[in-house]
Design a protein around this ligand. Sequence first.
Ligand SMILES: NC(=O)c1ccc[n+]([C@@H]2O[C@H](COP(=O)([O-])OP(=O)(O)OC[C@H]3O[C@@H](n4cnc5c(N)ncnc54)[C@H](O)[C@@H]3O)[C@@H](O)[C@H]2O)c1
Length: 390
Amino acid sequence: MSTATPPSDAPVVHTVTLVGPRGFGATYRARLAALTAQGRVRLGAVVSPDDPAGLDDLPDGTPWFRTLEENLASEDPAVRPDVVIVSTPIHTHLPITEVALRAGCDVMLEKPPVPSAADHATLLRLVEETGRLCQVGFQTFGSTAVAEVERIVASGEIGEVVSVGTVGTWTRPASYWARAPWAGRRVLDGVEVVDGVVTNPLAHAVATALRVGGVRRTDDVAEVEVDHFHANPIEADDTSSVRVVATSGVTFGFGLSLCAPVRTPSRITVYGTLGRVVLYYETDRVEVQLPEGVRFVQGDRVPLLDDLLDVRERRAERELLCSLDATGAFTQVVEAVRSAPAPRRVPEDLVRWVGEGGDRRPVVTEVEEWCERVAARSQTFAAAGAPWAV
Ligand SMILES: NC(=O)c1ccc[n+]([C@@H]2O[C@H](COP(=O)([O-])OP(=O)(O)OC[C@H]3O[C@@H](n4cnc5c(N)ncnc54)[C@H](O)[C@@H]3O)[C@@H](O)[C@H]2O)c1
């Protein structure tokens, strides 16, 4: 159905289907409205099991289908997509993306792309077989700040890279875990979901740290060690340490928790022999720390849906900013989380509960300090001696 569009001065209008209009789909509804106003896209249809009634920002009369298959089978050519956005629960990504790719559509797929290394390999094969584009929604990959860190590292300004340390200390209340049946699950109805702090809320921290440390593809990763815990009454992890060793020899430490006293900006530090670069990826801010002083760089972002359209139109003669292939290393971490023994519970005497009802949340004692420590030393909580891990 969909054909690669030759370069031309004539404006190209892409017909888009949004699968999963609620939840994070709100971000795509907003982006689609902006791109529609620019004349670049037309929202052909939305797909979701539940009626999208009440989503007032959808254009009047937007056709709704319960499944992508029904959308694709429609007699009406106006609803048949060139591009499919998949912003649905993690465990539905592969089957929906497969249907889209096999129908000749290009895909904007939310992160994490899939819950296992085997599914990643399957999806990569499908992308190759169909020759279609599959952009993954790690929006930091569209950040000029990330590109700037990569440039600084490649320039040798901070010397040789030794390690990369990532700290993410956030908060999430009970209502976050109650919002969807798959939230905080490792497995749902026999299907692997792998929705914990490492693979979902702080997935950007993991994928972006690996990328600025020169690790993108599956075979860039030599080793992954996961030591994960939960303080919430969930199946998955909410307080985790991960140690990654790259084939290049660079080590990565991750201290990630959703049980901090307050949410702080996540930060990725690249430690070099001559200095450090710190990336605050949520705000696209870069801090370069050298013996002669500190300087800051403020970046901005290209939305990944726009980038997919650019590459589709061949306006950009290059790879996608976040191709599926470039999420292979991140998926090795997902795989390590998936295949690790279930997370252990943080002992009650190390947890303080704050808030009421849907706002109630746990705070793990000194979690910020231990996350800093494992990140800086590329260690696990157990190796560092965190009290809940001994
Ligand atoms: N890039 C980011 O910063 C970011 C942030 C949050 C969430 N996400 C990702 O977005 C995706 C959606 O997360 P969410 O929290 O919005 O999920 P959600 O459970 O709220 O569902 C989102 C939408 O998917 C629809 N849906 C559910 N099952 C479906 C199916 N089988 N077929 C079609 N539609 C279906 C729902 O009706 C809803 O419209 C996940 O992959 C999540 O990890 C990304």
